[in-house]
Design a protein around this ligand. Structure first.
Ligand code: OAD
Ligand code: ZN
Length: 254
């Protein structure tokens, strides 16, 4: 299970970190309170802040870091049952983790849906507008097109239901870079059997690791990338991770 903390090393701010988190930097968008940027009521009142944020997150502006590639390594070794992410930056896909292994619980910018007639559109249809600071409109009915990012109160994608069978099957749960504050995602942290070890890699103690720790819990607190590299070292994967990162970042530099 991962959240915004795994992408800060890629240059994308998280949401709730004091002063540097996105929610503390939204004043320039003139919104009543930070979470409004992901609320439908506010979006219909003023969609500009959300599209300004979308523009900042434009796929291609950012690259995966060692954390994303650590999960790629788990997958390459046949050890990854599933990666549940709250992130909407798409960096898990860029790191080469196949969509079948992913649950993008808070949606994706890969597609968008008209808020009026509900026609779905591929992303290239709205990025031209978003990058030019225009609000994308539906060619069928002129309604506003909204990227398929899950707003507060909206249903999570169908694939989220995979948790019903995935979590009872897991023999290890790793949780990285999330405040575990947003439901229903946060509660997945309690969906593995109590005999299953849970490993939290985060700056601070969060969720049930703080208020109801289990006997098999392990917490690695501090800088996330450093601790992921430490974990790789304990597994004897340091060289493999380094060469994977090198090989993959080489692709971007060509
Ligand atoms: P948050 O910003 O709430 O939490 C990020 C967590 O990562 C915090 O506990 C940070 O301390 C930690 N963190 C950040 N950088 C770190 C670093 N370099 N090393 C170690 N830890 C670090 O982000 P999420 O939990 O992902 O919704 O937020 C959940 C949802 O809230 C998001 O998906 C978003 C937002 O509303 C949507 O996008 C729809
Ligand atoms: Zn429409």
């Amino acid at each position: 299970m991962v959240g915004a903390g795994i992408s800060t090393a890629s240059g994308i701010p998280d949401f709730r970190s004091p002063e540097i988190g996105l929610y503390s930097k939204l004043q320039k968008y003139d919104i009543p309170y930070p979470e409004a940027i992901f609320e439908l009521n506010f979006f219909f009142h003023n969609p500009k802040p959300f599209f300004a944020l979308a523009k900042e997150l434009y796929p291609g502006n950012y690259r995966p870091n060692a954390t994303h590639y650590f999960f790629r390594l788990l997958h390459d070794k046949g050890l990854l049952l599933r990666l549940y992410t709250q992130n909407i930056d798409g960096l898990e896909r860029v790191a080469g983790i196949p969509p079948a292994k992913l649950v993008e619980a808070h949606g994706t910018f890969a597609t968008a849906t008209c808020t009026v007639c509900h026609n779905q559109f591929p992303s290239q249809d709205f990025w031209t507008d978003v990058l030019a600071d225009r609000i994308p409109h539906c060619p069928v009915c002129t309604g506003i097109i909204k990227p398929d990012i899950v707003f507060f109160g909206e249903q999570l994608p169908q694939r989220f239901l995979l948790h019903v069978t995935d979590f009872p099957m897991a023999d290890l749960l790793i949780i990285l870079g999330t405040s575990l504050e947003v439901e229903p995602f946060a509660s997945l942290s309690e969906a593995v059997w109590s005999s299953v070890p849970r490993l939290l890699i985060n700056k601070d103690l969060v969720g049930s690791f703080a208020w109801g720790p289990r006997s098999k819990d392990v917490m690695l607190l501090g800088d996330l990338v450093q601790n992921v590299e430490k974990l790789a070292e304990l597994l004897g994967w340091t060289e493999e991770l380094r060469s994977l990162v090198q090989q993959e970042t080489g692709k971007f530099n060509r």
